[in-house]
Write a protein that binds this ligand. Structure first.
Ligand code: F0G
Length: 360
């Protein structure tokens, strides 16, 4: 029986564009192939004639876009004989590293900032069986330590400074071009280390060079105001934001991301935490799509730029929703509990009354 229609992950699908060989053992969990959802209510609510799509990367196997890079990084680490991988992480990279290491049968070491990663990410990383080192420090300090220890110990770094990570992540752009038949006019992403914006630009540029698309998007990166080195024009030593995924002050892909901005004609901007949370809630409550706070920075920024006219009417916009809302239940619940939940007696009268009250 033919298996040809079975989706077996992004390396299999895009192997001609990725650095793998015919006999490479591929470490995959079926990542990629995520939904590109066209928003119907948000454009109407903001009263502008724009076409907004969200690329829901939260539906990857570990719930974030990191799986795209991790399938490549771990596949290559195993091919090169590595028995252990290591990363610093604000949570999603650690979950992905832990899962793909489990799949490969190797060890994952992860450095995470104590008390500053979302609960779902911690649960995943523990469950997948990684060796977790909580550091009394932030992501940037963890990243520095990872670079230093990898020079002295037999471990492969799987942060986005590992070039295979960006190779895997560029496939998100391939999928978008395939689905839209062209690149969008604007592609908006949340920016932390700036690996993902760099990877998307690589993907769009390759599609363009190969003649698959005949246009290129403007790349727009949004940061949290408390962790916005691209807006300050320099590194930030004490980054702080509720969007813990992008609580990063020393982006590893600094030069690359500035090149992306210049080459694509895009820009960087920043959002207050309150704006990020507002966009997260708007997306959930008006479109039924639940992303984590950091991810909502892409949509929140895009909405602001559409409203101001910086992104003109008639534009086709893609916003990457980098991670699933379930990653951070605490932040979600703390935003919603009062408004949407009450406790009642288990009687027909009480239930009926609640329905009538809420519909009136
Ligand atoms: N959104 C989410 C949900 C993330 O987890 C990250 C990065 C980003 C956006 C930013 O992407 O770094 O490529 O600019 N998370 C990393 C981690 C740092 O450790 O999980 P970037």
């Amino acid at each position: 029986m033919s298996n040809s229609s079975r989706y077996t992950g992004l390396i299999d699908k895009y192997r001609d564009h990725l650095p793998v060989h015919d006999d490479t053992r591929i470490i995959s969990l079926g990542e990629g192939n995520t939904p590109l959802i066209r928003l119907s209510n948000v454009p109407r609510m903001i009263g502008k004639d724009v076409d907004i799509y969200v690329k829901y990367e939260g539906l990857n196997p570990t719930g974030s876009f990191k799986d795209r890079g991790m399938t490549m990084a771990v596949t290559k680490a195993v091919e090169e004989g590595s028995k252990a991988i290591i990363c610093a992480s604000t949570g999603n990279t650690s979950a992905a590293a832990a899962a793909y290491a489990a799949r490969a049968g190797i060890t994952a070491f992860v450095l995470i900032p104590e008390g500053k990663i979302a609960m779902g990410k911690l649960a995943q990383t523990m469950m997948y069986g990684a060796v977790i080192l909580q550091i009394r420090g932030n992501f940037d300090e963890g990243m520095q330590l990872v670079k230093e220890v990898a020079a002295e110990a037999p471990v492969t770094i799987v942060n986005s400074i590992n070039p295979y990570r960006l190779q895997g992540q560029k496939t998100a752009a391939f999928e978008i071009v395939e689905e839209l038949g062209a690149a969008p006019d604007y592609h908006c992403l949340p920016v932390g280390n700036a690996g993902n914006i760099t990877a998307h630009w690589m993907g769009y540029s390759e599609s363009h060079k190969d003649g698959v698309s005949n246009n290129l998007p403007k790349m727009v990166g949004y940061q949290a105001a408390g962790a916005a080195p691209f807006m300050r024009g320099k590194m930030v030593d004490d980054p702080e934001t509720i969007a813990t995924a992008i609580r990063i002050g020393h982006p590893q892909s600094w030069d690359k991301a500035w090149n992306v901005q210049k080459e694509s004609g895009g820009w960087f901007d920043e959002l207050q935490d309150s704006e990020i949370l507002e966009a997260q809630k708007l997306l959930a409550q008006s479109e039924g799509v639940f992303c984590e706070p950091a991810s909502a920075a892409s949509l929140g920024g895009a909405i602001r730029d559409v409203k101001s006219g910086k992104i003109p009417e008639g534009s086709k916009i893609v916003c990457t929703l980098t991670g699933n809302g379930l990653k951070d239940p605490d932040t979600a619940i703390s935003q919603c509990s009062n408004a949407s939940m009450s406790t009642i007696d288990a009687t027909l009268d009480e239930v009926k009354k609640s329905i009538l009250d809420n519909l009136s």
